[in-house]
Design a protein around this ligand. Structure first.
Ligand SMILES: [Zn+2]
Length: 344
């Protein structure tokens, strides 16, 4: 699989820097979500997306690379929303557009406390326009980005000020939930979703996702807080070969297998459910933009031999998809250290 040089460079740079948390989901999660969304598309637009499934999979993490590698300040607030800072009570009371939000809360606040839902809506408009113009490069670029932000909106801790449990002494819970757990237990997840469907009210759908994530953030933090209470460092963290606390590729602590396992059990399917919901929403948002653009015929955008060649792989991947598996590529990982961690 061809890797873009800048993805590789981004990862090298990330390795040398310490960040509190890196991705919205782990790389593993983002890869699987965009790939799964391709497989959930109806055939009439799915073939075109499948022709570019590798691109959409790899590009699923590019918004985070843009954020950290290029230190693009405008990129940061697109990945989260600290709802408490906007005095969130319910979706109906929130401004409907980015411009209205800037009017009510000031641009400065938006830069600090995030714009995720409003940005998703802007990206939907951009994707619809790209479909109307049959602009292949723009369709793929925006679709990949949009998948990333929709996935971020399904990560509960992207909707709260207490995003890494830092306000309640739960540091590390972000990476544990979004990357370590799916990497450790995701191979058993069933990720199959029904086919993409048309969303009549995009604004309502976006806020429904955010509202549900916000509720889950309180739940998951409460569960982890209780779990942490009587545990010492010895039990909580994995040790490396040198006997010191193990760190993942990005310098974050690796939780012990036992701790991660109990947390995963207590969450009772929450990570799997959110991944599945992110796949379903991504494919439905892509599909909706295409319908709103007048269902342009995408079959002419690629040479026929490419689609012909891919048809056989597409069928094969759909077979696994119907069994709940997103296959056909190797997702990147961040917690290879877990291989050395004893499982009790
Ligand atoms: Zn992100």
């Amino acid at each position: 699989m061809k890797k873009h040089w800048w993805i590789a460079t981004g990862i090298v740079l990330l390795l040398t820097g310490s960040v509190s948390y890196v991705w919205g989901w782990g790389v593993w999660g983002h890869n699987k979500i965009n790939r799964g969304a391709v497989l959930a598309l109806p055939r009439e637009m799915g073939m075109f997306f499948y022709d570019h499934a590798d691109y959409l999979t790899e590009e699923s993490v590019v918004p985070d690379i843009r954020k950290h590698m290029l230190n693009d300040k405008a990129e940061y607030p697109r990945h989260y929303i600290d709802l408490e800072k906007y005095h969130y009570a319910d979706a109906a009371s929130m401004p409907r557009t980015l411009a209205a939000a800037a009017d009510r809360f000031t641009q400065d606040s938006l830069n600090k406390y995030g714009i995720l839902p409003w940005y998703i809506e802007e990206m939907m408009q951009r994707l619809t326009k790209a479909f109307k113009e049959k602009n292949k490069g723009e369709i793929l670029f925006v679709a990949a980005d949009l998948g990333h932000y929709i996935a971020d909106a399904h990560m509960p801790l992207h909707t709260t000020l207490n995003h890494d449990g830092q306000l309640t002494g739960q540091n590390g819970v972000h990476g544990l939930w979004e990357a370590q757990l799916p990497e450790m237990f995701g191979k058993d997840y069933s990720l199959h979703t029904p086919d993409a469907h048309y969303i009549a009210n995009i604004d309502e759908a976006v806020w429904k996702i955010v509202d549900s994530s916000y509720r889950l953030s309180a739940k998951l933090l409460a569960i982890e807080k209780r779990l942490r209470e009587d545990k010492d460092d010895q039990m909580m963290y994995a040790k490396g070969k040198d006997g010191q606390r193990a760190l993942n590729k990005y310098g974050q602590p690796v939780f012990s297998y036992e701790y991660a396992h109990i947390f995963h059990e207590l969450l009772n399917g929450m990570v799997e459910q959110q991944m599945r919901a992110a796949i379903a929403a991504t494919s439905s948002f892509w599909y909706t933009a295409w319908v709103n653009a007048g269902k342009p015929d995408l079959s002419g955008l690629d040479p026929k031999y490419l689609s012909d060649r891919n048809t056989v792989f597409y069928k094969e991947d759909l077979k696994y998809w119907n069994l709940g598996k997103v296959s056909g590529f190797k997702a990147a990982t961040e917690y290879d250290e877990m291989k050395d961690v004893p499982k009790h």
